[in-house]
Ligand binder design. Structure first.
Ligand code: NAD
Length: 359
């Protein structure tokens, strides 16, 4: 038997933010980062729909939220005692808000998510990725209790996303879609969403990256991000994400940037497994490429270059000798990562180490 669960409700399109009116008159804790709360000018777009609500803003979220930050957030949540938590931001505020709500142990606390990057798909997933800064380890919590009640997609919020963030987050979408498509638990429903998400992101990422202000390609990327999130939430991920979490916990390189570096190598590794090779060929064909895994892997490398993204950790300020010294710990953390069992091909430590040496 296979299963595919549908949750949360997704609101998208021009007036999607009006779905927030369901929270009118309630006590709402908004979880976001400093830029979005105080510098972007975007927060009033959200609060305008919370008529009569008593709001408090927790804006201390930083990229790759730490356990310490979550603990601080839980205290803020308990002090304010909201009826609803509203996550407003990229993956970092959404994951921090998910963990805050979870660890505050308040049954019935509503959870709405409004993504401002395209992206992590966190608005529709049971994942919250946290970082233990003392141990230098980043890992996803996975629990259906983390799922939001509503995901609200308004692409106009993405108008001012800086180019490098559009590139990093967009490559994250392609990684989610490609990993979900070949993952061990993939099924007919997750395949449909993963394939569509991959093609949409493939067709729109360069345009979204080049566009200043609002642009239809940004809306397509936001839809692709959400579809890829639903796909991997059902199908799982794989070695790409396991390695990105391990490297991200140590070196704090943006998540999507690491995924983009690793993806061509992970695809070539997985393509030794015939079932995965067949699926990569189908993705390549759907994007108008030669129908094989090598063409897909090469095209993703070229896309990364076109977006001006680095291909090696040394380009991100991580010294080669540091990576080589950490290699054993990097592969051990990846093998222990919750995403690893989803990979279509079993990987030994030495095989993961060989991939890390390539980046
Ligand atoms: P992010 O949330 O860390 O944001 C990156 C930067 O973009 C921040 O400086 C932020 O202020 C800025 N930004 C966000 N929205 C903006 C906007 N509309 N305009 C201008 N600037 C904006 O980045 P992210 O890539 O969205 O999230 C990364 C985090 O999500 C990582 O911790 C990653 O591991 C995690 N993640 C979670 C899941 C999941 O399912 N929960 C999946 C993938 C990744």
């Amino acid at each position: 038997m296979e299963t595919f669960a549908l949750r949360p409700a997704i609101y998208f399109g021009d007036d999607a933010l009006s779905a927030l009116e369901a929270l009118a008159g309630k006590r709402v804790l908004i979880v976001t980062d400093d830029f979005l709360a105080h510098k972007s000018g975007l927060l009033p777009r959200v609060t305008a729909h919370l008529k009569g609500a008593l709001t408090e803003v927790f804006s201390k979220v930083t990229p790759d939220p730490s356990l310490r930050l979550v603990a601080e957030g839980v205290r803020a949540l308990r002090d304010f005692s909201p009826d609803a938590v509203l996550a407003f931001g990229g993956g970092s505020p959404m994951d921090c808000a998910k963990a805050m709500r979870h660890f505050s142990d308040r049954p019935g606390l509503l959870f709405y998510a409004v993504p401002t990057t395209a992206g992590t798909g966190s608005e529709v997933t049971s994942f919250a990725v946290l970082t233990d800064t003392d141990a230098g380890v980043k890992y996803p919590l996975v629990d259906d209790a983390l799922l939001p009640d509503a995901a609200i997609l308004d692409a106009s919020l993405l108008a001012g996303v800086p180019g490098p963030v559009t590139a990093d987050t967009g490559m994250d979408v392609l990684t989610h879609a490609s990993e979900a498509y070949v993952a061990r638990k993939a099924n007919a429903f997750t395949d449909a969403l993963a394939e569509r998400a991959f093609v949409l992101a493939w067709e729109n990422l360069i345009k979204a990256h080049a566009a200043k202000g609002e642009h239809p390609a940004k809306e397509q990327m936001l839809l692709a991000s959400c579809m890829a999130g639903i796909a991997f939430n059902g199908a799982g991920l794989g070695a790409n994400h396991a390695l990105a979490h391990s490297l991200g916990g140590r070196y704090h390189t943006p998540h999507g940037r690491l995924n983009a570096m690793l993806m061509p190598h992970v695809i070539r590794f997985n393509a030794e497994e015939p079932a995965a090779a067949k699926k990569y060929a189908a993705l390549a064909k759907a994007c108008g490429l030669a129908p094989n895994a090598r063409a897909l892997s090469s095209a993703l490398g070229r896309l990364r270059q076109s977006l001006g993204m680095p291909g090696r950790l040394t380009d991100c300020g991580v010294e080669r000798k540091t990576v080589l010294a950490d290699l054993e710990a990097i592969t051990a953390a990846a093998l222990a990562d919750v995403c690893m069992p989803g990979n279509p091909r079993s990987a030994a430590a030495a095989e993961l180490a060989a991939i890390v040496r390539e980046v």
